[in-house]
Design a protein around this ligand. Structure first.
Ligand code: RFL
Ligand code: PHB
Length: 389
């Protein structure tokens, strides 16, 4: 088989890139290790920046997002029983949209199917070959059969555990990592959200987040120990713990119910440099991970897709390599700012095992500064709604 761009990974990065390229007549094949149902069963991000919304629009996939996405003009931050609001629209003129990553991915798969784009599921043994030569190709197996795709470029959109990043030789690759000493236990429940805006809560018992997917579907998280397993937590224990971590007036009106999904995610900051090696480009979680506290993972994946899509367009439409040559540098400049924001917001909101009394005082001082200082709120809002591309 031959294609212009071989895309490894059928998550949001890979599918969005495929659909944007398709709209410009650029051919791609998407290779996904899992089944479509498996990909659509993963509960992940919930908050979309306008940049991602615009890309979905450009991809022709934003109708449902516009109809069903919830417009959020601000967010709530609490510590103990003190709660304050950061108004995104007042500070930046721009809201965020609450719409699940699962739904983004579902819309992108629907568009890909309608466009008749090639997607192979259940692929194994993907190997990217000759990325540093003019004979770039990808080999893989599907249902035990060996296959080969010859291509101009490979987009490595295969997430943190994929093969694309590992293809870049160790003497070229530079990796930066911070692992946090806790995880997030998340549940999804068919209950009305406790508040119409998200609540990020710092409490002596640890962080909590109240989020949502729609008016009758709530997503809640609590900071947990890395050794915890989802089954260690009954629904009742989860709700009790959540109530202890959010302001009393919010806890009093929290509607609880059975969880329909429960999972634990470890927290990590990670960046690999460069994001390009020859004809291979890394995109999204394949190149970088942020802790979910600032809702930046999917959104940063989207900004990579923006730079790569425009670079490839420039190459195919104008014969210019300038966009693909500057891809890594442009993408990384924005990635590091999202890393900084996610690291700062995580540090502000969580309890760390080795936190001293001094560290705790610093956290409160930082929260108090954010509560009372409009310049600090503006900086927070600008980062949360997404820095410009
Ligand atoms: P994905 O979604 O991991 O997709 C990669 C795809 O590649 C496939 N794959 C392979 N395919 C072929 N061959 C191989 N060898 C392969 N290896 C892997 C995988 O099966 C998969 O389908 O990466 P992508 O597309 O870059 O998207 C990134 C986002 O998924 C991620 O950044 C976000 O989910 C992070 N995130 C959040 N981001 C936000 O912007 N806002 C949020 O509110 C937000 N909340 C979250 C989050 C992530 C979380 N978890 C579980 C880590 C909340 C949580 C709890
Ligand atoms: C979510 O709804 O899953 C969510 C929202 C905001 C975050 C992280 C996750 O910062």
């Amino acid at each position: 088989m031959k294609t212009q761009v071989a895309i490894i990974g059928g998550g949001p990065s890979g599918l969005l890139l495929a659909q944007l390229l398709h709209r410009r007549g650029i051919d791609s094949v998407v290779l996904e290790r899992k089944t479509k149902d498996y990909v659509l069963g993963r509960i992940r991000a919930g908050v979309l920046e306008q940049g991602l919304v615009q890309l979905m629009q450009e991809a022709g996939c934003a109708d449902r997002l516009h109809a069903e996405g919830l417009v959020h003009d601000g967010t709530l931050i609490s510590y103990g029983d003190t709660m304050f609001r950061i108004d995104f629209t007042e500070h930046t003129g721009t809201p965020v949209i609450v719409y699940g990553q699962t739904e983004v991915t579902r819309d992108l798969y629907a568009a890909r199917e309608q466009a008749g784009g090639a997607t192979e599921f259940n692929v194994d043994n993907v190997v990217i070959r000759g990325a540093d030569t003019d004979a770039c190709h990808v080999t893989y197996t599907v249902h035990g059969q060996a296959r080969r795709i010859d291509c101009d470029f490979v987009a490595g959109c295969d997430g943190f555990h994929g093969v694309s990043r590992q293809t870049i030789p160790l003497d070229v690759r530079c990796e930066y990592e911070k692992v946090y000493p806790f995880g997030w236990l998340g549940i999804l429940s068919e209950t009305p959200p406790v508040n119409h805006e998200l609540i990020y809560a710092n409490s002596p018992r640890g962080f909590a987040l109240c989020s949502m997917r729609n008016d009758n579907l709530s997503r809640y998280y609590i900071q947990c120990s890395l050794s915890d397993k989802p089954d260690d937590w009954t629904d009742e224990a989860f709700w009790q713990e959540l109530k202890r971590r959010i302001p009393a007036d919010q806890a009093a009106r929290l509607v609880t119910g059975p969880s329909i999904e429960k999972s634990i995610a470890p927290l990590r900051s990670f960046v690999t440099e460069p994001m390009r090696w020859g004809r291979l480009f890394l995109c999204g979680d394949a190149a970088h991970i942020v802790p979910p506290t600032g809702a930046k993972g999917l959104n940063t994946a989207a900004s990579d897709v923006h730079y790569l899509y425009n670079g490839l367009r420039d190459f195919y439409e104008n014969g210019s390599s300038a966009g693909i040559d500057s891809y890594s540098q442009k993408a990384l400049a924005r990635v590091w700012k999202a890393e900084r924001f996610s690291w700062w917001f995580s540090s502000l909101m969580h309890r760390y095992p080795d936190q001293s009394e001094f560290d705790l005082k610093m956290q409160v001082a930082d929260l108090e500064f954010l509560r009372t200082n409009m310049a600090a709120q503006k900086a927070m809002a600008e980062n949360y709604i997404g820095l410009p591309y």
